[in-house]
Design a protein around this ligand. Sequence first.
Ligand code: NAD
Length: 291
Amino acid sequence: MQILDGKKAAQAIKDVLQIDVAQRANEGKKIPHLAAILVGNNGASETYVAAKVKACEETGFKSTLIRMDPDTTEFRLLEKIEELNADPDVDGILVQLPLPKSIDDKKVINAIDPSKDVDGFHPMSVGKMVEGLPTFLPATPYGIMLMLEHYKVETKGKHAVVIGRSNIVGRPMSILLSANKNPGNCTVTICHSHTANLKEICLQADIIVAALGIPEFLKADMVKDGAVIIDVGITRVEDSSRKSGFRLKGDVDYDAVAAKSSWITPVPGGVGPMTIAALMKNTYNACDTKN
Ligand code: NAD
């Protein structure tokens, strides 16, 4: 069993970006600028946004964190996005999800200028992704593809099973894994909460991407020997021995599944850091294509 170390792979990507940004600065060119909007004070969202802002700083990007009250109206948030769309200094706009229930997240995503849609959630970006055209790919599935590429995991002709069909992870993941690219070229089965015989389907998989948000859902008896396991899940579970009062759990029963797998991502330190590296790459490209 080998570890798909997301921290290492993400660092390698950020190191290249740092050199590229320094070179842009030397040439007097514009530095990539990510604007992140955080509505409310959800603990997990705070952590994710802080990690994104920190990665920007470390890599030499400019970043702006815009905090909005939990009772911010949809109108006010849309106004803020319009402001950022019109600001030529801002290259990428990220709205941390989930948003408060009173706000329609589809309306918000659709309001982002597609040329600044570094999370890759705008319908225009999604459409281009499906067509295989150059675009911003959604950060988590893109990060997973970068990780498979980094560790030279063979995907061509493999059977990949994706568990979860959300618009931000499962569905785009299935599209990227089935694309006529390398990595890609898998035969993909997408499973969800209404899938019958999930265990039997998983047992046929060469690659499993678990993205459902149920801690330790994927057990060793659902995995064939030598499978590649990508664990996207992050759930905070209570742990009184920790200062924070919680620890992070993935969707995979790690120790038992690791013993059967050829490659596996840990949680934390797997898909999470790759998501950030992918976001940084999108932000760099957003800047580079215009400036
Ligand atoms: P979601 O809740 O939007 O979607 C969950 C999906 O799982 C749904 O499509 C549902 O059909 C499926 N599902 C639920 N129960 C199931 C079951 N018993 N069997 C099969 N399928 C089932 O979640 P999401 O936004 O896609 O996120 C999934 C997980 O990934 C969460 O833990 C989230 O925190 C994590 N996540 C991690 C990153 C990262 O950077 N590491 C990024 C995004 C999401």
